[in-house]
Write a protein that binds this ligand. Structure first.
Ligand code: AMP
Length: 414
């Protein structure tokens, strides 16, 4: 679990702001659900046999003897809220997004934490491939607005309750025949959750999985049509994708479409999947709610920030102006000027300790201020001062009672 401190937090805030803006454009409203839920919610939706529920949940008993869990993901809590607030009675199609911490007791690796943040979205009420395409378009536009390039969309269909059982049976039969050749973990997966063998990172397991039955060969006609139509829509929207029939994702609730956005960035190692999701048309009913189809995704905020840093796009705190004082007698006037400019909306830094002008200028450098204004006796009596651009360049004369206007007239001041 990480502490997020100033210096890093600005990049986090930038990503969150962009997400809120982009998801708003697509009509998604923000929801905030509690960080703890009944353990049963995750067992019934994510699935008892998944790694997340089977091994990674922080589960505890509260004083009332109830089994609660820190949420390991956001889709089940959103579905719970959708059911609890009878949203279907209010509107046929609902679009929600969330940003917040998730908790999984995972093994430590680069880009993998036990408290991590996800940005996710869910669209309820539309079973059509257009909804899948729209949500992928939203992720693609978001990643591109962040300036992330080299991100590939992987796509697959897992079929539905009509065609999946036949595939499942064939896969188990095939894997049993190769039991001795796969890793120990896959031997256990084979019995509990055979689909997971398909995304094992072990090369030998990958080769065996690749030579096994292909889920796409088993799709029934409606699932095949849905998947075909989705691909046509993505092409029409100009969103490149790769069909990857081994993509299954680790949760039990997916039907038909699954997808992942994968970054080609070596620094992330195995953590290069920035986000993924899929369709889950039966989950809501399984939780005792209405029969409502849904599609959603979640992205790892921690990984997006890592990627932005890797590609040199981290953000610093914005400081418009550093107010320095030339002499002790100007310190109160400096404090008052900084106060007034802050009231006028500027980000202003001021050294409350006073000290020599040289040490204040050092502070100004450290804060990353765009301009410094030195206030001394001469400036106070004339009512005029200079804005010194910290990146170099000529000083800009200003009247002390018009500093905010002058700074705003310069490019990119707040
Ligand atoms: P999942 O809910 O497992 O499909 O994960 C969706 C996204 O959340 C992943 O692609 C990651 O970007 C992120 N994520 C999942 N688990 C972790 C973790 N333990 N630490 C950091 N990010 C994670």
């Amino acid at each position: 679990m990480n502490d997020l401190l100033p210096g890093d937090i600005e990049t986090w805030q930038h990503v969150e702001k962009l997400a809120r803006d982009m998801f708003g454009r697509f009509g998604y409203g923000e929801i905030r659900t509690p960080m703890v839920e009944d353990t049963a919610l995750f067992v019934r939706s994510v699935g008892e046999e998944t790694d997340i529920v089977g091994k990674e949940m922080y589960t505890f008993e509260d004083k009332g003897g109830r089994s609660l869990s820190l949420r390991p993901e956001g889709t089940a809590p959103s579905a719970r809220a959708y059911i609890e607030h009878s949203i279907l009675n209010q509107e046929p199609v609902t679009r929600w997004f969330y940003i917040g911490p998730m908790f999984r007791y995972e093994r430590m690796k680069t880009g993998r934490y036990r408290q991590f943040f996800q940005i996710g979205a869910e669209a309820y009420g539309a079973k059509e491939p257009a909804q899948d395409a729209e949500i992928m378009d939203m992720v693609a536009q978001f990643l591109s607005a962040l300036g992330l390039k080299d991100v590939t969309l992987n796509l697959n269909s897992l079929g539905d309750e009509a065609c999946r059982p036949a595939y499942h049976a064939k896969l188990v039969e095939y894997l049993q025949a190769h039991r001795a050749e796969v890793c120990a973990e896959c031997q256990a997966r084979m019995d509990r959750n055979p689909l997971r063998v398909l995304d094992c990172k072990n090369e030998k397991c990958q080769a065996i999985a690749a030579a096994g039955p292909n889920v796409l060969d088993f799709l029934c006609e409606p699932c095949r049509a849905h998947f075909g139509d989705l691909q046509r829509k993505l092409t029409a929207l100009g969103i490149p994708f790769v069909v990857n029939s081994r993509l299954v994702r680790g949760l039990d609730y997916y039907t038909r479409t699954v997808f992942e956005f994968v970054a080609a960035h070596p620094a992330l190692g195995t953590a290069s999947t920035v986000g993924g999701g899929g369709r889950y048309d039966t989950m809501m009913k399984g939780l005792g709610g209405p029969d409502v189809p849904a599609v959603g995704f979640a992205m790892g905020l921690d990984r997006l920030v890592l990627l932005l840093k890797e590609t040199g796009q981290a953000f610093g705190a914005p400081v418009d102006l550093f107010v320095a004082v030339a002499d002790e007698g100007s310190h109160d006037a400096g404090l008052a000027l900084a106060s007034r400019l802050r009231r006028e909306g500027l980000h202003v830094a001021f050294d409350t300790r006073g000290g020599s002008l040289k040490s204040q200028m050092k502070r100004a450098d450290k804060t990353g201020a765009r301009f410094t204004l030195v206030l001394g006796e001469a400036e106070r009596s004339s009512g005029k001062a200079n804005l010194k651009p910290m990146a170099g360049g000529d000083p800009i004369p200003v009247a002390l009672d018009a500093v905010a206007q002058a700074l705003r007239a310069l490019p990119s001041a707040s």
